[in-house]
Ligand binder design. Structure first.
Ligand SMILES: [Zn+2]
Length: 65
């Protein structure tokens, strides 16, 4: 059995989920435990660090202006 991977789609996903480091200990965090749409045009990711357990959040504007 062959598994085909859409690499273009995969890299777009990676770009969307840019590597984020914990602001508390610097450990890379792989995936937000929650994401929400914020009125005004941005996505807010909520993180919880695996290493130190500290919560943090990042905002990604949907427009590039
Ligand atoms: Zn941490």
């Amino acid at each position: 059995m062959q598994i085909h991977i859409d690499t273009a789609r995969l890299s777009r996903l990676r770009a969307f989920a840019a590597p984020t480091r914990c602001p508390h200990c610097g450990d890379p965090m792989l995936a937000p435990f929650m994401s929400e749409f914020v009125e005004g045009g941005e996505i807010r990711h909520h993180w919880e660090c695996d290493a130190c357990g500290e919560p943090s959040s990042t905002s990604i504007p949907l427009t590039t202006h």
